[in-house]
Write a protein that binds this ligand. Structure first.
Ligand SMILES: *[C@@H]1O[C@H](CO)[C@@H](O)[C@H](O)[C@H]1NC(C)=O
Ligand SMILES: *[C@@H]1O[C@H](CO)[C@@H](O)[C@H](O)[C@H]1NC(C)=O
Length: 421
């Protein structure tokens, strides 16, 4: 069964995740997408992909009276999207939404692994083949270090393409997925060579080999490091940064006064480090160079018009009036003149995003908004009085908001607030 979450009055449905047992091997065809660093995607059997593709073209390929979506599907939702290169339809998942106009969404093609930014008219949500396993697995090469400084150049990627793409390789899963959910795999080329070993022997795991090009070409990771994933049952002090609709809150985790374990220590340290990072950003941002040729998806920083401070943001769209940016640690967006965008040093990119987008457990939106009063009260709860309890963890986790009363008990926040009213 595919997990189904209700959000913003729309069903989030996800494509069935193919779960491979650890420690076994299979042969695979590699998809044409090999990304930088050492990650790429494998497809277990091309004939299945072809069948899926044919079925999709059959259903979606005819010109018909299908109306363009009015509302953007939520992030994580399964959809069918048109790929601009061949105008064919593929199974996809919403990765992010770029506020318009015109509205655009970034999708990930789940059977191939590549991303594309497409207009809303390229998206269909009348799904077929939802329960069919994803045909694509994201893999990391076991034995090659996950060093963000290490960037594979075009020549190496070309070499890997010639060795791997559209040839049958064997993939042996060596360990459970890493933090990013990538399977740790041993890949053997068609000729039986251990790919990790080959790359190591060619010197491609040694950042020192790369230092010259590091200085000459800017090595900026493509996106900000993702937010830390919260654990089920955890109760964390939070502040609300945004309430886009009745059942969704954007939260930042605050300092944890008495961390009880490694994970809480990490959260605690991350919060302190974030405050330092932002302080440092104020000192340094003016000296950063302008962001050249901004494109949706680019990490950068901008001066927030409200308080004139610099914050980390991602370009989400380009308009006549400037770039639309999403402040990644808070969740709000604004349009900024392009000259006001600055390029970030990698230390500012390689730091987890601070905002957690959460669904309120047991609350349905039905298209409603919170009353302005309740909203205002929630945004103003003093620090260390508002807590979030993680009921269902995940990329968008479901939380219960709690308020700590004077006698130290946690009570549902909405109850306490309505009493105050
Ligand atoms: C393949 O190479 C990696 C890196 O050297 C090594 O860690 C791994 O043990 C090798 N696997 C086999 C089966 O040789
Ligand atoms: C957690 O944060 C508090 C408040 O700044 C600090 O006093 C404490 O030392 C931190 N704890 C750990 C384990 O880092």
């Amino acid at each position: 069964m595919s997990p189904i979450l209700e959000m913003m009055g729309v069903f989030i449905c996800m494509f069935y995740k193919m779960v491979r047992k650890y420690f076994f091997s299979f042969s695979s065809f590699t998809s044409p997408v090999i990304l930088t660093f050492f990650f790429f995607f494998c497809i277990s059997d091309t004939s299945q992909v072809e069948t899926i593709s044919k079925a999709l073209q059959f259903k979606y390929g005819k010109p018909d009276s299908y109306k363009c979506l009015k509302k953007v599907p939520p992030v994580g939702e399964a959809c069918i999207a048109k790929f601009s290169l061949d105008n064919a339809w593929y199974r996809a998942e919403i990765v992010s939404v770029y506020p318009g106009p015109p509205l655009k969404v970034k999708v990930n093609f789940v059977d191939y692994g590549n991303n594309e930014i497409v207009p809303l008219s390229f998206i269909r949500t009348d799904l077929i083949m939802k329960d069919f396993p994803r045909q694509c697995l994201e893999c990391a090469l076991f034995g090659i270090s996950d060093n963000p400084k290490l960037v594979w150049d075009k020549d190496l990627l070309t070499f890997l393409h010639t060795q791997l793409v559209d040839t049958q390789v064997s993939v042996e899963i060596q360990a459970a997925p890493d933090k990013q959910g990538r399977l740790q795999t041993l890949i053997r080329t068609a000729s039986g060579i251990n790919l990790s070993e080959l790359l190591l022997s060619m010197g491609f795991d040694d950042p020192s080999e790369n230092t010259e090009s590091l200085e000459t070409c800017s090595v900026v990771p493509e996106t900000f490091t993702r937010a830390l994933e919260l654990r089920k049952g955890g109760i964390y002090p939070v502040c609300v940064t945004l309430l886009p609709c009745k059942n969704i809150v954007y939260l930042q985790i605050l300092k944890i006064p008495n961390p009880r374990d490694e994970f809480e220590n990490e959260l605690n340290d991350t919060h302190d480090a974030f405050l330092q990072l932002i302080t440092m950003l104020q000192e340094k941002a003016e000296t950063f160079s302008n962001l050249q040729e901004p494109m949706p998806g680019m990490p950068c920083c901008a001066k927030y018009s409200y308080d004139e401070n610099w914050y980390r943001c991602e370009v989400t769209d380009l308009t006549e009036n400037g770039a639309v940016v999403l402040y990644v640690d808070y969740g709000n967006s604004e349009t900024v003149p392009i000259d006001n965008l600055r390029k970030l040093e990698s230390q500012f990119i390689d730091f987890p995003i601070q905002v957690h987008i959460c669904e309120l457990y047991g609350i349905k939106s039905a298209g409603d908004n919170l009353s302005p009063e309740t909203k205002d009260m929630l945004l103003k709860v003093p620090n260390q009085e508002l807590f979030a309890k993680v009921m269902v963890p995940g990329k968008i986790c479901q939380v219960e908001l709690l308020i700590k009363t004077d006698d130290g008990d946690y009570k549902p926040a909405f109850e306490v607030l309505s009493e105050k009213k």
